[in-house]
Write a protein that binds this ligand. Structure first.
Ligand SMILES: C[S@@+](CC[C@H](N)C(=O)[O-])C[C@H]1O[C@@H](n2cnc3c(N)ncnc32)[C@H](O)[C@@H]1O
Length: 468
């Protein structure tokens, strides 16, 4: 009987091993599945970490969290994918977990989350689900971001879950560097190697610069289930964060998110189909969403969106990790959520993206920069306390996507405009933008934010007849 099992194989093999080892793990045990998303020869994702979570929860595992760790390779021809996912599963909510051994160093003295003294723990900061340890100068400045090796990752997983009298098993069909591993980890080397399609290395296009013309911003108040105000093929990129199911209220009856889960998905299918029709042939769709848990069960909204978009005809190109340094501390058996996903889809086989993606350097470590980790913190302060919208995403996240996917004067669409972030980011980048928002009550908020950040009030507002 094992207390910890760590699987590191191709996705299909890991899924079958999850079934095989279910009875070999103690009731208090943990199982960690190390996953790289897999792509075919044209750079479309064929299987991903969401498939593993879906398979694991279907056979009765409890989903605890997904930890992400940068790697020093880039495995996709269309996006520089450097994400190692660790799917953390347990048999029972009372699983063993010792978070003290993986706590992070405090950057601020004697205070922690929310810079409050009451949240300070002298053993270290509550660990998060993005594993990029830092070094600092003791004066609140980070001096280094550390890239963990595979052995470091396995040792950490072992340290936080190892129990007296219960062993740790590492099962892999990949090569093993035993040197770095802690004594006491039992290794099972599978003989049949994984068959994974060889993918081409990432090669971005150079950015394009065009002539400056008059740019415009338009907001349509109405449902984005029928975007009749936009000609087909006229949009270059869609950037959006849709409403979650059954989580937040945007203060207007008939909004998406308050209905049954199946109706929610059906309504969003119409939005994604509309986006597909409005996009030009080289256009792409960038969807910010997270996995949602409710009463202990997992709702795989991102996976359902992937399945929907593939059915519509989109090519699924990968997942960007929006790394947020903040996060609300959680209970003893879990770690803090410090990331959200941005799912990336293209209309044609090749994702149109330029080399600027390699220029974002959020980390003090050149081996981490230029991949799919973007460390962007929400600047709630810049939005101002008088503005009320419950789910604003940061300008920088949108600006970067616009910079790498479009040229000046191109058209950006956000079917869930909310407080107007996408509109502000697009206009600031010299792109046109059209946004749909169901609640016209956000008009004043959009105007004030826009005026504050762009310095003008030249937005066109349209009331759509498509109320629902
Ligand atoms: C997650 S928020 C978007 C926030 C936005 N990214 C920002 O930074 O402000 C989702 C938005 O979708 C809007 N919404 C809900 N149902 C809608 C529908 N049928 N059509 C268009 N917008 C809708 C909500 O009112 C809410 O403002």
């Amino acid at each position: 009987m094992y207390g910890t099992i760590i699987l590191n194989n191709a996705i299909e093999n890991s899924i079958s091993l999850l079934g095989k080892y279910k009875d070999s793990i103690d009731q208090s045990g943990n199982i960690f599945v190390l996953v790289r998303n897999e792509v075919d020869a044209v750079g479309d994702v064929t299987s991903d970490f969401l498939d593993v979570i879906y398979a694991a929860t279907s056979i009765g595992y409890l989903y605890v969290n997904t930890i992400v760790v940068p790697t020093d390779d880039r495995i996709n021809s269309d996006l520089p994918d450097n994400v190692l996912y660790i799917i953390w599963l347990a048999k029972d909510k009372n699983h063993f977990f010792n978070k003290d051994v993986i706590r992070e160093s405090h950057i601020w003295k004697d205070v922690e989350w929310g810079k409050r003294a009451k949240n300070y723990n002298p053993k270290g900061k509550d660990p998060g689900n993005v594993w990029i340890p830092t070094k600092d100068d003791g004066k609140a400045h980070i001096t280094d971001h550390i890239l963990l090796s595979l052995s470091d990752v396995i040792n950490r997983l072992h340290s936080c879950s190892a129990q007296k009298d219960l062993g740790t098993l590492y099962v892999t069909s990949k090569g093993i560097d035993k040197l770095g591993l802690i004594d006491g980890i039992h290794i099972e080397q599978l003989s049949s190697p994984d068959v994974v399609t060889e993918s081409k290395p990432y090669r971005p296009n150079p950015p394009q610069i065009s002539q400056q013309k008059q740019i415009s911003g338009t907001v349509v108040f109405g449902t984005s289930e029928r975007m009749t105000k936009i000609p087909n093929g006229s949009v270059n990129v869609v950037v959006t964060s849709p409403p979650y199911w059954d989580l937040k209220d945007y203060f207007k009856e008939g909004q998406i998110g308050q209905e049954s889960y199946q109706t929610y998905l059906n309504r969003l299918y119409n939005v994604w189909k509309g986006c597909y029709d409005k996009l030009s042939e080289d256009g792409s769709l960038w969807l910010n969403i997270n996995i949602r848990t409710k009463n202990g069960s997992v709702i795989l909204i991102p996976r359902d969106f992937v399945l929907q978009c593939k059915k519509i005809g989109f090519h699924y190109k990968g997942v960007l990790i929006w790394h947020k340094s903040s996060g609300i501390p959680t209970h003893d058996k879990n770690i803090v959520d410090r990331h959200e996903y941005v799912l990336v889809f293209s209309k044609s086989e090749k994702l149109n993206i330029n080399s600027r993606i390699c220029d974002f350097s959020d980390y003090k470590n050149g081996k981490i920069n230029g991949g799919l980790f973007w460390n962007i913190n929400r600047k709630a302060g810049s939005v101002g306390k008088q503005f009320i919208h419950p789910a604003i995403y940061p300008n920088d996240l949108v600006s970067r996507i616009i910079q790498i996917t479009t040229s000046e004067n191109d058209m950006v669409l956000d079917p869930f405009l909310g407080s107007g972030t996408t509109l502000i980011a697009a206009i600031k980048e010299g792109r046109n933008c059209i946004g749909y928002e169901y609640n016209e009550g956000f008009k004043e908020l959009i105007i004030s934010r826009y005026f504050m950040e762009v310095g003008k009030d030249n937005i066109t507002f349209i009331e759509s007849k498509n109320k629902r």
